[in-house]
Design a protein. Structure first.
Length: 346
């Protein structure tokens, strides 16, 4: 099987010739010109690209990007200027130092932007990228995040989000509704377009939300919109890379086909056998904890075999990936993972 055929079998809940193993393009890109990747591709490794099928057009929004240095550190300030006000974010080395939304007035500006955003299909762009990245690249449909995760992860940050739920309840609710309208249109366009796997990049970890708000903000969106994608033949996966135990029963009943970036302890709080017991029919696209890549070779291979035994005793519904930090010793450790997977008889 090729990596495409292997993933297709995995997504359909069928048994591939071996457990798939992939790496995010966003991680791989840092060393993509290194020839050490070639034998890994030949051994079965794939690279996943998050590619949109939707084009975003903002009306009456001007973007401005500035760089500045402070105390010897380099920053980027990105601003959005609208008829109702201006908001900005500051980052250093790609990490947010100041989020978009801090005041009620900021919420009004972002709500204006959300309400003045048009969405159009970009099916041709997806198909062109899909062709360009063959044979080892795999195009995933990039859906972005659902409304509450967009506010938390992209616009506000965890600390202020906790305050804003109470201090700016009305403003947050208005922005949420505008983003939900946007996400609904996005889903409708994706459902009509190409691609098989829809990646909803939630970056969810349960301790930041808890079961009450998960039930309030996530479940209704999933129940309303994911079936639209599924009825068009798409496989829907949510990027849940943190702790999940407190929401496991809600997750079990949610119309999610696949838990992606699933991470065992210590980063997560559920082992793969606990995940399989909680979610017997869901697909797992799991990380191998980055610390494990530094184990002695035989121990690493035994760990991989044990993870397969925990999550896929029948050889189905499991893939591995590198979706977070990849190990410094990737040239030595990632081939060992591939070797271990190639030695397992499914």
């Amino acid at each position: 099987m090729t990596i495409h055929e292997r993933l297709e079998a995995f997504w359909l809940g069928e048994k591939p010739d071996k457990i798939p193993y992939t790496i995010y393009q966003n991680e791989w890109r840092h060393t993509q010109d290194d020839p050490a990747w070639i034998p890994m591709f030949e051994a079965g490794l794939g690279v996943t690209y998050h590619v949109p099928t939707v084009k975003t057009i903002q009306k009456n929004v001007e973007w401005k990007r500035e760089t500045f240095t402070e105390n010897g550190r380099n920053y980027v300030k990105t601003s959005m200027i609208t008829p109702v006000g201006e908001i900005f974010t500051i980052s250093e080395d790609g990490w947010t130092q100041k989020y978009w939304l801090e005041t009620k007035e900021d919420y009004k500006v972002m709500t204006y932007i959300a309400k003045n955003t048009q969405l159009k299909p970009d099916y041709e762009g997806f198909l062109a990228k899909e062709e360009e990245i063959k044979p080892y690249g795999v195009a995933l449909i990039s859906a972005g995040r659902t409304p509450i995760q967009t506010i938390l992860v992209d616009y506000v940050g965890l600390e202020n989000f906790s305050y804003h739920l109470f201090d700016y309840e009305d403003e947050l609710a208005e922005l949420y509704d505008a983003l939900l309208n946007d996400f609904t249109k996005r889903v409708e366009i994706m459902a009509e377009g190409p691609g098989r796997f829809v990646s909803v990049l939630e970056n969810f970890t349960a301790e930041t939300m808890g079961p009450i708000r998960y039930k309030q903000y996530h479940i209704p969106v999933y129940e309303k919109l994911f079936p639209i994608l599924q009825s068009s033949g798409k496989i829907v996966g949510t990027h849940y890379d943190g702790k999940l135990e407190s929401c496991k029963d809600l997750i079990a009943n949610a119309p999610i086909d696949l838990i992606e970036s699933l991470t065992p302890p210590p980063e997560g709080d559920m082992t793969l056998d606990q995940c399989r017991a909680a979610w017997p029919d869901k697909l797992f696209w799991s990380n191998i904890n980055v610390s494990n890549y530094y184990l002695p070779p035989q121990e690493l291979k035994e760990l991989v075999a044990d993870l397969v035994k925990q999550a896929a005793p029948d050889g189905r519904r499991l893939a591995f990936e590198v979706s977070e930090q990849y190990p410094d010793n990737w040239k030595e450790s990632m081939p060992l993972v591939l070797e271990a997977l190639n030695e397992i008889t499914l």
